[in-house]
Ligand binder design. Structure first.
Ligand code: ME8
Length: 512
């Protein structure tokens, strides 16, 4: 049976328009999904939108339309952008869909009947924009610790989830499962957080205050708290309660990619909810870092949000996908600037990769009329390049396993640079001047094209459109997406005699 791989992004709020932060997580998930598909796994890649809650209700009111109309309008921005980014998601969940709401209500009923949900009266400081209660000690200067806006004193009856009863279990689970929360710093952060007492979680909102939510099946005066609704998307889409045979292996392989802003909800609320439901936690929660823009927080009020559609138009989709994952360390914060983007494109893509590709094809065309020549015995320098290519493939596998996406790109670039160096050192232009060196020239050209085939295969998850174009230009059969990684990275698979074709530069230099 095929191995399973289930990867998710957060489901994004529809009240915001997508920016590079959202694109970052989604592209990263796409890279993992494409890699595991190529590796031969059964992949389920899920993204979507979070459509309930106060902010959506208010935004719809402002526009004088119904919340559903507002969501229907906004969801297209995400779906269109993911198409432009060549995102290969297998499903797209909207929390307003029936298939989701049914599962949320079933889970609520199950936990209520089990005694894990109870009603009580509660008084506390409430942050309206964040839809969250805070205790007095959480507040900073009397304001919400997250958004720093003033809180309101509210008293009301609500339903609570007995999160506190899973406190000890959660600590033990995190301690015993090193790869559950990654990177390690985030794991330590959560273990630190769990040293404090863990309160029960308020999971309802009175309908008179918030009507745009999923009604509690056992009390129609209330709707579900948006996080209790949203987190369930990960199981409502993957067969929980509907298709156990499919669900179980998928769930055991689940990786949630998230930003560090939603670490607590994912690594405290979610596993305790799952435990109450009788399910194991996902395999891994990976919280990546935060993008700033020219050193500043991205925000609507600063008018500095980076609009991905414009970037794609200006620089090309693969350049942006590449930049997002190459610029920083996956897991730490990164900074966006046009200058940094242009620098990356010019140095890594135009100079290193583009140049390598163009000059290799040009030489195959010039010296062998574009027909891949037959190699003879490899010399030390050829073997060294071959061994590096194989080693790089193994490194990429390891880094993908650890979700160290930047390290995979580092490894691939090691091979790009090594191949450029190989060409400089073997100097095919000099060999071409000496007819006695014809066999050697054939071996050198064959070896560099073989290395390019490796590079192209390994690049596919990151830059699918460019990799496909490179694959075709190398005269390889079918499309790259029809090949497995092991097939594309087997040295010696390049077919002698097939024709390479010259293509326009994939990554033109950007001036200015
Ligand atoms: O939190 N840098 O949705 P959201 C990096 N609906 N990543 C960023 C970013 C930035 N500056 N800004 C946003 C929600 N992100 C909930 C999630 S999941 C069950 C419910 C990315 O629209 C990052 O992945 O606010 C972050 O976690 C997510 O967008 C927040 O998206």
């Amino acid at each position: 049976m095929k191995k399973s791989f289930f990867v998710t992004t957060p489901i994004y709020y529809v009240n915001d328009i997508p920016h590079i932060g959202h694109a970052y997580t989604t592209v990263a998930a796409d890279v993992l999904a494409r890699y595991y598909r190529m590796e031969g796994s059964h992949v389920f890649f899920l993204t979507g939108t979070d459509e309930h809650g106060q902010k959506v209700q208010e935004a719809a009111q402002e526009r004088n339309i119904s919340p559903q109309e507002h969501c229907d309008h906004m969801v297209g921005r995400f779906q269109d952008l993911w198409k432009k980014f060549t995102i290969s998601n297998d499903d797209f969940i909207r929390t307003t869909e029936e298939r989701h709401k049914t599962v949320v209500q079933k889970i609520l009923t199950q936990l209520y009947n089990k005694g894990d949900i109870y009603k009580t009266s509660y008084e506390g400081s409430y942050c309206v924009p964040d839809e969250r209660f805070w205790t007095e000690k959480d507040l900073i200067d009397g304001c919400c610790p997250e958004c720093r806006r003033p809180v309101q004193q509210i008293q009301e009856s609500n339903y609570f989830f007995r999160m506190s009863s899973y406190h000890t279990w959660l600590i033990q689970y995190i301690e015993e499962n090193e790869h559950f929360i990654l990177p390690k710093t985030r794991r330590n952060e959560i273990l630190g957080f769990l040293k404090q007492p863990l309160a029960d979680l308020c999971i309802s909102r009175p309908r008179k205050r918030l009507s745009w939510g999923i009604p509690l099946p056992f009390d129609s005066n209330y709707v579900t708290y948006v996080w209790f609704d949203a987190l369930i998307n990960y199981v409502s889409t993957s067969g929980y309660l509907t298709d156990t045979e499919n669900f179980t292996p998928l769930w055991n392989s689940a990786v949630h990619l998230i930003g560090k802003d939603i670490l607590t909800t994912h690594s405290v609320y979610w596993p305790t909810m799952l435990r109450a439901m009788g399910l194991a936690p996902p395999r891994t929660i990976f919280a990546h870092g935060w993008w700033t823009v020219e050193g500043q927080k991205m925000s609507k009020s600063l008018r500095n949000t980076v609009e991905p559609n414009m970037l794609i138009e200006q620089y090309g989709v693969d350049a942006i996908r590449f930049f997002l994952l190459r610029e920083g360390t996956f897991g730490l914060d990164s900074d966006f600037s046009h200058q940094a983007l242009i620098h990356r494109i010019n140095s890594d893509l135009a100079n290193d990769l583009g140049n390598l590709f163009n000059r290799s094809l040009a030489m195959a065309l010039k010296y062998f009329a574009g027909s891949i020549p037959e190699p003879s015995t490899l010399e030390g320098i050829d073997e060294h390049l071959r061994d590096t290519a194989v080693q790089v493939k193994n490194e990429v596998d390891l880094h993908m396993e650890n979700i160290a996406l930047h390290k995979s790109l580092d490894a691939i670039w090691k091979l790009v640079r090594m191949t450029n160096k190989y060409i400089d050192e073997t100097a095919p232009w000099a060999l071409a001047k000496d007819t006695r060196q014809e066999k050697r020239l054939a071996t050198v050209i064959h070896t560099m094209l073989e290395s390019l085939r490796f590079i192209t295969t390994l690049l596919f998850p990151f830059m699918p459109t460019s990799a496909e174009a490179m694959w075709r230009a190398l005269g390889c059969s079918e499309t790259l997406s029809q090949h497995t990684i092991s097939n594309g990275t087997q040295w010696g698979k390049l077919t002698t005699g097939t024709a390479v074709t010259k293509i326009p530069p994939l990554f033109p230099r950007i001036e200015g």
